[in-house]
Design a protein around this ligand. Sequence first.
Ligand SMILES: Nc1ncnc2c1ncn2[C@@H]1O[C@H](COP(=O)(O)OP(=O)(O)OP(=O)(O)O)[C@@H](O)[C@H]1O
Length: 219
Amino acid sequence: MVRFENVGLRYGPGQEVLRDLSFRIAPHSFQFLTGPSGAGKTSLLRLLFLSLKPTRGLISVFGRDTTAIARRDLPDIRRRIGIVFQDFRLLDHLTTFENVALPLRVLGREETVYRAEVVELLRWVGLGDRINAYPPVLSGGEKQRAAIARAVIARPEFLLADEPTGNVDPHLARRLLRLFVELHKSGTSVLIATHDIALMDLYDARRFLLEDGRLTIHD
Ligand SMILES: Nc1ncnc2c1ncn2[C@@H]1O[C@H](COP(=O)(O)OP(=O)(O)OP(=O)(O)O)[C@@H](O)[C@H]1O
């Protein structure tokens, strides 16, 4: 589903922040991505979401060479990917419900059809009493859960999450991990970037370790 061959990334004239990355991500797979702060995890997620281009090497996503994808085709590809950004990126003028429902609206679904499903997911992530609140009044952990709900609601083929449990307590972190595992079991490939070793120990999955821009994989 995803293939990297000798991928390198540099932001400016300096050193490469990612070096010689070669790996595959299979359909229906689950992997954690870990490594010290500044190792390049967010940069790797941005390459996977096609919001950055590599400086060298080949990236293919859903079987398509990303250098050959026209800008106008990007939204269609990104629609197949759910992403939880480290800074959440909720839309401040929409309620929690509307933010989470957005991927379904974009797919042309009717609110009467999806309303109950969105409400149930919001309750599941502990936001049942924040459905009509706007992001500026949510706490960091509440925003994070809304961002997670938005990323999973349309059951994407590929889920990327950047430190998705960084703002919640260990009990809630376990609950959110269960959500990712359920999604994985229903067919999604999942990649979760995290520093949380206790969280990774809860689920037997492949670990991608980034250190100083280089990747090692522990099956
Ligand atoms: N837009 C940018 N311009 C220049 N350098 C950048 C940019 N974004 C990231 N970097 C640099 O690239 C390196 C990797 O950063 P990245 O955010 O990918 O690491 P990370 O592993 O996600 O870190 P953290 O765990 O702290 O979020 C760092 O040295 C960072 O300073």
